[in-house]
Design a binder for this molecule. Structure first.
Ligand code: CP
Length: 307
C-alpha cells in the first residue's frame, strides 16, 4: 500500500507517469468515467479548503467512484476529543482511499501509520502540500512544455507557504532551474529547506525584496498569499499582508510568455485586472488539480490506464 505524504515520496519517473496520465485524462475524459466504480474516497478536512477538497471529490466522481467525508473538525468526532489515529483507523474501514488535511505538521504521516487505506496528504500545516505540487508541475509542463531550464520566482509568504516548500523540493530534482526568492526578510524560506534542499544539493538561489528588480528575467512567477492562519500575532500579519500586489503596471517589463501561477486562494496579492491577461495561469492551474488528482487516485488504488 502506497501513501503520498511528501512530494519526495514519488520518484521523478512516477511523477512523469502521473502527469502523462493526467494529460491522457484531459484528452480522453470518457475513457475514465467508470474506472473507479465501486470505490470510495474519504475526504477528512480538519482545516478549510475549497480547491483541494472539492477537486478530490470531483476527481473521484469523474472516475465513477463515490465520496464521503467531513469539511471541518467541528463536524467530526475530533470535536469530542478523538485522536487522528483513531479517526483514520475507523474511516479506513469505510473508504478505499483517504485525502486528509490537518493544521498540524505530520498529522497525515501519523495517519498513514494507522490506516488500512492509502493516505494522501492534502496539506499539513506550513509543511507540505504534495497534490498542489503535482498540480503545479502539470501546469508548468502544460504551459512551458518542460520542467527544466526555467527561471522561477517564488513571491510572498515563503516561510509559511506549504505549496512553496513542496514545489521547491520537487523542482530540485529537475535540471537547470534558476530560483529567485522574492519575500520580506520575515517571510524568507525556512532554514531546513535552505539546508536540506539548496545547500545539500549544491543549488544556488537569489533572494530579493521586490518583484520589479527581477520580473524581466522570470519564466514563471509563483505568487502566494500571506498565510494569516499561521502567524503568531495579527499585527505582523497586517504589516506584511500587502507587501506584494501584482498588477498590470508591475508586468510592464515581464516576458510575453511569462506564466503566472498561484495555488489560490488569493487575497490582494494579484489584482483582478491580471486575470484577463493570457499569462495568468492560476484558474487553469486549479482545473489541472482535478485531473492530476484523478491520476493519483488511480495510481494509489492500483487501477490500470484503460485501453
Ligand atoms: N490551493 C489550495 O490548497 O486551495 P484550498 O485551500 O482551497 O484547498
Amino acid at each position: 500500500m502506497r501513501h503520498l505524504i511528501d512530494p519526495m515520496d514519488l520518484s521523478v519517473e512516477e511523477i512523469d507517469e502521473l502527469l502523462d496520465l493526467a494529460d491522457d485524462i484531459i484528452a480522453h475524459k470518457d475513457k475514465y468515467a467508470k474506472v473507479c466504480e465501486g470505490k470510495k474516497l474519504a475526504t477528512l478536512f480538519f482545516e478549510p479548503s475549497t480547491r483541494t477538497r472539492l477537486s478530490f471529490e470531483a476527481a473521484m466522481m469523474e472516475l465513477g467512484g463515490n465520496v464521503l467525508g467531513f469539511s471541518s473538525s467541528d463536524s467530526s468526532s475530533s470535536a469530542k476529543g478523538e485522536s487522528v489515529a483513531d479517526t483514520v483507523k475507523v474511516v479506513s474501514c469505510y473508504a478505499d482511499i483517504i485525502a486528509m488535511r490537518h493544521p498540524k505538521e505530520g498529522a497525515p504521516l501519523l495517519a498513514s501509520l494507522k490506516s488500512d487505506a492509502p493516505i494522501i496528504n492534502a496539506g499539513d500545516g506550513g509543511h507540505n502540500h504534495p497534490t498542489q505540487t503535482l498540480t503545479d508541475l502539470l501546469t508548468i509542463r502544460r504551459e512551458k512544455g518542460k520542467l527544466s531550464d526555467v527561471t522561477v520566482g517564488f513571491c510572498g509568504d515563503l516561510k509559511f507557504g506549504r505549496t512553496v516548500h513542496s514545489l521547491i523540493k520537487a523542482l530540485s530534482r529537475y535540471e537547470n532551474i534558476r530560483y529567485i526568492m522574492i519575500s520580506p526578510v520575515e517571510l524568507e524560506i525556512p532554514k531546513y529547506l535552505r539546508e536540506e534542499v539548496f545547500e545539500q544539493k549544491g543549488i544556488s538561489y537569489e533572494q530579493v525584496r521586490t518583484i520589479d528588480e527581477v520580473i524581466d528575467r522570470l519564466d514563471i512567477l509563483y505568487m502566494t498569499r500571506v498565510q494569516r492562519e499561521r502567524f503568531f500575532n495579527e499585527a505582523d500579519y497586517i504589516r506584511l499582508k500587502d507587501t506584494y500586489i501584482l498588477d498590470m503596471p508591475k508586468l510592464k517589463n515581464a516576458k510575453e510568455d511569462l506564466s503566472i501561477l498561484h495555488p489560490l486562494p488569493r487575497v490582494n496579492e494579484i489584482s483582478v485586472e491580471v486575470d484577463d491577461d493570457p499569462r495568468a495561469c492560476y484558474f487553469r492551474q486549479a482545473l489541472n488539480g482535478k485531473y492530476v488528482r484523478m491520476a493519483l487516485i488511480m495510481k494509489l488504488l492500483g487501477i490500470e490506464k484503460p485501453e
